[in-house]
Write a new protein. Sequence first.
Length: 334
Amino acid sequence: MFFRQLFDRQTCTYTYLLADAEAGEAVLIDPVLELVDRDLQLLRELGFQLVASIETHVHADHVTGAWTLKQATGCDIVYPRRGGVPADRLVDAGDTIAFGRFALEVRPTPGHTDGCTTYVIDGMAFTGDTLMVRGCGRTDFQQGSPEALFASAWEHILSLPDETLLYPGHDYKGRTVTTVAEEKLHNPRLGGGRSVQEFKAIMDGLGLAQPARIHVALPGNRRLGKPVEWTLPARNDRGAPQRSTGWVRDNLDGVRVVDVRQPEEFDGPLGHIRGASLVPLATLHQVASEWSRGDRIVTVCRRGGRSDQAALGLESMGFTHVASMTGGMESWSS
């Protein structure tokens, strides 16, 4: 079996290419939207036909490349059934995903999210965010549960033979692989004989900030990575690109809404748009430097003046899909 581990520097995400070289059929696990061109080039160079784009769960830190891969190759998009995403194929316990002479075994491993799934084949397991090298996924959103993750890890991953190679969904320290034996001994959260009560206390005490791209990633992944159609917006007399409040309402789950007012305004009488990120105008340049330049962004303020400045500023930074919401929150709330 052909195997290749690929990496996204931006989100520290691993994508895995597996193939039957003789049959020429391949699958990709957890592809990243911004790196689809890399993956397609590798498939072409190696002469593989992609038959499935597979997700371990609904990601909160990056948008999947599944839809774009399907447009380019005709592959099936495969998601865990419990993920609640309308993919081509929904898989559950006992299912297999075939490519040539090989097949991945599907093992639901909820806990990080309700839909998390591990895929097992020939002494290898692709654990997504359920189990990482000396760590595990957080359990504080998307129906996460410390008790469920503890059970998943021990019943469906750490119960595999000790020599089984475990390939995580992410690693932030440059580690690429671990084994069942290593994690049973050395995982500081799950290993060393810890009880479920001890594990729950660790997870409940993490106090982690939300992933930076969660408001873009979750809706994007629920659309299988299909982008919101972004036609060229009109511009006002200040030259700022514009979107109406109606357009924003209709496309809310497909854009990053950035509210550039002050905190007291964000929580004040006009309220704020569901899922909006508060980034006061004075801090926007610094905060936005960490964002993907391809994100679809709508800026918002009270009436539109500051959001126009914000949209133009983001364009000057190289953002290509930006608009200011006309009329601001006064129009949204009226």
